[in-house]
Structures are given as structure tokens and as C-alpha cells.
Design a binder for this molecule. Structure first.
Ligand SMILES: [Zn+2]
Ligand SMILES: [Zn+2]
Length: 645
């Protein structure tokens, strides 16, 4: 391989590489083990022919036609697509005063203030602010004095309230009570022109912060419908600034079918748009339904619309991990991660009533049954992660940096997180700082990131910026010798995460590689989860360890022993004396049946590290919380690869 020379780091064409190298000098050395992505304008291409100090995406240097760095074999761009600001009424009630512009500043690494505390984090590559469409007009009137509706007495009252409980009472009186039954705008709504004006302010911030090649913003909003308390929320994302005059909320329509019909209308007008559902864990079994809004069994047109507009689902966020729940996947020893049990205590969302049907692994597997019976998979989902922060701080996901919580005053102190709840949703102790999304894309531009989302070449992480590559191809093949060969061969001979394999050539082989974040925790193991449906159409799944650190051997049941735990609970610290900084594995499915559809996704587990509640306790000199995990194994989930007979 080649040397890692200095001038490349100063080259203006490789902003990301430079940033990584400056932030983590040691990282450059690790990175030089891999072939590297390069890009940039023609003027500088020769300067950087040796190597940029970035890591995992092998590719040959290219001559790009613009100054935007291009990575032919793609780069993992870290960001997230789920954050609320003062333009969301519930966030404002909680105390959020950051604007969409502030949220983007925070995402770029700038310092912001939440509830009087200064916060900042390592910059992201991209972000999308998703304020609740339901009250964007009302918030426009609240946040902008002198505009239509701003002198409404109820809005003036809201602006003057100082305490959380006062604002919550106001919310109950003027929003919740008049709004029981069919969703509707509250009495202080001043009309759809205010919704359009608020939306325009959000879009202006979205456009102002977009720096193609450096930082991407995506125009977006949240549609927050929850018929009978079953969460059906979707975030909606546009590929460019060709967007509707105003967003739609649950008051306009409250069933996903109506949302997709509206999106289809926007497509006819030339807009490019996708929707991403979240919190299936709170859906009361309705996120992956057997029947449509009219109570009729799912049909092909339902499956087609859902498949067309919803390529992705949110795996995890502050209100829990929706992959699996330990009660319903007892054989999966890693299923007890951030289960957010107290969600079941509110709005009659009792997990036990719905069993496996609330969970993403069940949903993506059940989709295979519909693919077989209807010819289209309605739950053809890749994975993203988000925070759903209601503080205006996207991706503030570090366990040791959760001091401001995620819902304003409701969870903004150690005391509240330990003993209180986020009203109507979850107990503070069951929150977590949220998740991230990485998109494999050749450029950090709005088009490339959106296209990566649409094609499902994404993975979610519970916070750490670990990188994962996952490729599948039909037939047995020699394991790749390094990550370059894995990626080049992966694109040449098969499909990446998010793709579909077609029959022919024997059982599929999957190659996977993961690398930890610089200065982050080591990796315990890489697993592949296979899902299929049995003869009755019922989802089945199996978890397979494909690579792990150290000299551990499989036991008689095929399980690999736990990696160990170095966490010192008295100091909330851990040691990287166990685990590996990088793992690579290859697996050919020994139970492959060419006539049976299957879905395969990767789960990467890191070594145990302190949970946020442990950092809280140590900092505050308080005992650890009872019945709460003191350590967690952070993780990443890749979008699946499907096999279609
Ligand atoms: Zn939501
Ligand atoms: Zn949300």
C-alpha cells in the first residue's frame, strides 16, 4: 500500500478526510491499512493520488468535474433525519427555543444552549429537521410577533408562561381537550397561510445551511398520526427544494393510505419524496397491519403504495429500540437492549397485547409473506436511526453527553430523568440518547444522500459512528482478503445492503466488515440475522455469529461466549482491552432453500460500555438505578439484503 503523506491532508478537496485526520491523528495510521477514497477538482487530483487520511471506502482516485469530493465506491456519511425544534408545539411546551437554523448549526459542530446548558458535539455530515406538521402554522404565530395569529390571546398566554407545568396545563386546555376524537386544529389556528409561512421559514433555514460536499440538509417534516393511540408517525423527505406549499398533518388526514395518495399527487407534480415511519414499538400492533384503514386484508395496491414511498424504517430513537424485545425473542441474548418497557404503561400501548407484531424484525420478515401472496412486499424496509430530539439537537447521541436529555424540561435534569416521565409516553429512566444513520453515497450532496436513503444503502447505529459494509452474492466464494476486495468484489459480483438477490448459483454468500469509531469502544462481534416465513406465513428468524474478537469458540449450541465487561461502575469508564477495532466475516447460508424468500441483515455489537444513566449517577454522586442496565452493548444494524425466488 502507499504512504500516507502530509499534503493530502491539506488538500481543499478532501474536507472530510482532513477533518478526520485533524481530529484523530492516530486514525490516519489505521486508515492507511485500507485503500482510500479520493475526490476533488482536477487541479488537485494529482496532489492526492497517494492517499487521503480517511478510512474504509476503497476506490481509485478520480477526476471529478466539480470541487465536490467524489468517492466512486462510496463513503459512509453520518447524520440523522429526526429532530424537532421550537416549530413543534410539543417541543415548545417542553421549553425548546432552538430554531431549525440552530439545529443545523448544532449538527455542524457549533455550540448551542439547551435549558441554560451549553452543548456541542462532533459535526455530522448531514441532517434533516422534521418538525410536526400538525402545528407549524400555530408555531409560526407563536414565534413571530406581529404576524397573523400572533396576537391571539391564547398564544400570548403561551408565550408568557414560564414553567413546564403551566405550559402543560395550557396544552391540555387549549389543544388536547378540544382535540379529542378526530384530529383538528386548535381554536387559535390562524389558517393555512400561517402553516405555509412557517414551512417557508423552515425551508429557508434548510437551504441556508446546505453546503454541497460538506454538509447536507434535507427538506422534511413529520406527519404525526396516531389513530386510537397507535403510533403511525412518518417523516417525509424531499430530494430537492421542489416541495409542496405546505406540509400535511394528522388533522388533514390520519391514515397512511391518505398520506401515500397525497405523496403520489406530489410525484405527479414532479416532486421526489419518501416517507420513513418510526416507533413501531408504540404502534399497538398497527405499524405492520394485516388490514388496511378500511379493515380489509392488505391488497396489492396497498403493498405497491407502501413499497413505493417507504423504503426505510427507523430502527431506534430516544423512545426505544424497535428491533426486537427480550420478552418475544428470548433466544436472542442481545434482544434486551433499550426495550423502553414503560411505553407500554401509556395510551394502552401494553406490549404484551401485541407480542411480536410491534417489532421491526417481525415486520420485515412478515413482508416476505405478502411478497409471496400479493407479489409486492409492503414492508420492504431498510434501516435508519434517529433521535426524535425535542431539544433541537440532532444526533446528540453520546451516552456521556445526555445531560440536557431530549425533551426540554421534562427530562433535562438528572432528577427528572431518574424519577419522572416524558408526559404520556415513557419514564425518564427508559429513554436513551437516540440513534444515528449512515448513508453510503459517492458524495455528500442532497441528491446523493437522498438517493442513498431511497436505495436503502444505509445502516443505523445506537450512537457510535462505527462503519459497516455488507454485501451478498449468489453462490459460494472465497472470502475477500481485505476490505478493499470486499467492497470492490461486493459491487461487482453482488449487491450491497438494501439490495435484492435473484435466484441462480446456489446458496448466497454474505461478506461483512465493521470498523469501530476512532476513540470509541471496540467491537464484540458481527451477526447476520436471517428471516423467512414458514408454510403458514408466520415469520421465523435465526441469529448467526459470523465474526468475533479474540479466541472464543462456538459452544455445542453454536453460541459464542460473551465478550466480557471492563466497565468500572464507580467511575463510569471502560477499557478497550477486549474486543477488536475491526472485524471481517464471510458466511454462506447452509439452510438456503431456493424456493423460499429470505431477508438477511447485519447486527454489529460493541463491547459493554456505561449506559447514560450510569454516567448520570457517577457525575451526581447518586446510586445506580435499580432494575436498569448499568452497561449497554451499543450496536449497528445494516439495511437487509433480500433473496427473492
Ligand atoms: Zn413521531
Ligand atoms: Zn418526531
Amino acid at each position: 500500500m502507499t504512504q500516507n503523506h502530509g499534503p493530502a491532508m491539506n488538500n481543499p478537496t478532501t474536507y472530510r478526510a482532513r477533518r478526520m485526520a485533524l481530529a484523530y491523528p492516530a486514525f490516519a495510521a489505521i486508515a492507511s491499512l485500507f485503500a482510500l477514497p479520493l475526490g476533488g477538482c482536477a487541479d488537485h487530483a494529482s496532489d492526492v493520488k497517494a492517499k487521503a487520511a480517511d478510512d474504509s471506502s476503497p476506490s481509485a482516485p478520480v477526476r471529478a468535474t466539480s470541487t465536490i469530493a467524489t468517492y466512486p465506491l462510496k463513503e459512509a456519511w453520518f447524520g440523522e433525519q429526526h429532530v424537532h425544534t421550537a416549530y413543534s408545539l410539543d417541543a415548545y411546551i417542553g421549553g425548546a427555543r432552538l430554531t431549525p437554523s440552530d439545529a443545523y448549526r448544532f449538527a455542524k459542530g457549533e455550540e448551542v444552549e439547551v435549558g441554560g446548558t451549553k452543548v456541542r458535539m462532533a459535526p455530522l455530515d448531514w441532517a434533516a429537521v422534521t418538525d410536526h406538521a400538525e402545528y407549524i402554522g400555530e408555531m409560526y404565530s407563536t414565534l413571530n410577533e406581529g404576524v397573523k395569529g400572533s396576537d391571539n390571546p391564547q398564544i400570548k398566554e403561551l408565550r408568557a408562561l414560564k414553567e413546564l407545568d403551566e405550559r402543560e396545563n395550557w396544552f391540555l386546555t387549549y389543544v388536547v381537550k378540544p382535540n379529542r376524537g378526530t384530529p383538528a386544529h386548535p381554536p387559535f389556528f390562524a389558517g393555512y397561510e400561517t402553516t405555509a409561512s412557517g414551512w417557508k421559514q423552515i425551508l429557508d433555514a434548510t437551504q441556508a445551511h446546505y453546503q454541497p460536499g460538506k454538509f447536507t440538509t434535507i427538506p422534511a417534516f413529520e406527519w404525526s398520526s396516531a389513530p386510537k393511540g397507535g403510533n403511525l408517525h412518518r417523516n417525509v423527505f424531499f430530494r430537492d427544494m421542489n416541495v409542496p406549499e405546505r406540509p400535511m398533518g394528522a388533522a388533514e388526514f390520519d391514515q397512511p393510505e391518505a398520506l401515500w395518495a397525497w405523496l403520489a399527487g406530489l410525484e405527479k407534480q414532479g416532486m421526489k419524496v419518501i416517507a420513513i415511519p418510526h416507533n413501531s414499538n408504540a404502534s399497538k400492533g398497527t405499524m405492520f397491519p394485516a388490514a388496511n384503514a378500511q379493515g380489509k386484508p392488505l391488497d396489492r395496491s396497498y403493498a405497491e403504495m407502501r413499497n413505493r414511498f417507504e423504503p426505510l424504517i427507523e430502527m431506534m430513537q430516544i423512545k426505544g429500540n424497535s428491533e426486537v424485545h427480550r420478552k418475544f425473542w428470548a433466544a436472542d441474548e442481545f434482544s434486551g437492549f433499550e426495550n423502553a418497557d414503560s411505553i407500554g404503561d401509556y395510551s394502552d400501548r401494553n406490549f404484551d397485547k401485541y407480542g411480536k407484531h410491534n417489532w421491526v424484525r417481525w415486520g420485515v420478515t412478515k413482508g416476505l409473506a405478502y411478497e409471496k401472496s400479493l407479489g409486492v412486499n409492503p414492508f420492504h424496509y431498510g434501516f435508519v436511526g434517529g433521535t426524535d430530539s425535542h431539544n433541537g439537537t440532532p444526533s446528540n447521541v453520546a451516552e456521556d453527553n445526555f445531560a440536557t436529555g431530549s425533551h426540554g424540561a421534562a427530562d433535562g435534569t438528572v432528577e427528572r430523568r431518574r424519577n419522572e416521565e416524558v408526559g404520556g409516553w415513557i419514564k425518564g429512566k427508559d429513554l436513551n440518547p437516540g440513534a444515528l444513520t449512515a448513508v453510503w453515497a459517492p458524495q455528500n450532496t442532497r441528491e446523493a444522500i437522498w438517493d442513498g436513503l431511497k436505495s436503502r444503502e444505509t445502516f443505523a447505529t445506537s450512537g457510535p459512528r462505527v462503519k459497516v459494509r455488507f454485501f451478498g452474492q449468489m453462490g459460494a466464494s472465497k472470502p475477500p482478503k481485505d476490505s478493499r476486495e470486499l467492497v470492490e468484489g461486493g459491487y461487482r459480483n453482488g449487491v450491497p445492503m438494501g439490495g435484492t438477490l435473484k435466484t441462480g448459483g446456489g446458496a448466497p454468500t454474505f461478506n461483512v466488515w465493521a470498523m469501530k469509531e476512532a476513540n470509541g469502544a471496540n467491537i464484540d462481534r458481527i451477526q447476520i440475522i436471517k428471516g423467512w416465513v414458514d408454510a403458514r406465513g408466520e415469520p421465523q428468524d435465526k441469529v448467526i455469529d459470523v465474526a468475533w474478537s479474540g479466541n472464543r469458540k462456538r459452544d455445542a449450541k453454536g453460541k459464542v461466549a460473551a465478550v466480557g465487561n471492563t466497565v468500572d461502575l464507580k467511575t463510569a469508564t471502560y477499557q478497550n482491552t477486549i474486543g477488536a477495532s475491526e472485524l471481517m466475516g464471510s458466511w454462506t447460508d447452509p439452510h438456503f432453500d431456493a424456493r423460499q424468500g429470505a431477508v438477511y441483515y447485519v447486527r454489529v455489537l460493541l463491547i459493554p460500555t456505561p449506559r447514560w444513566s450510569t454516567y448520570d449517577a457517577v457525575r451526581a454522586g447518586l446510586p445506580l438505578l435499580a432494575n436498569v442496565d448499568a452497561t449497554v452493548q451499543e450496536r449497528a444494524w445494516t439495511s437487509p439484503i433480500w433473496y427473492k425466488p
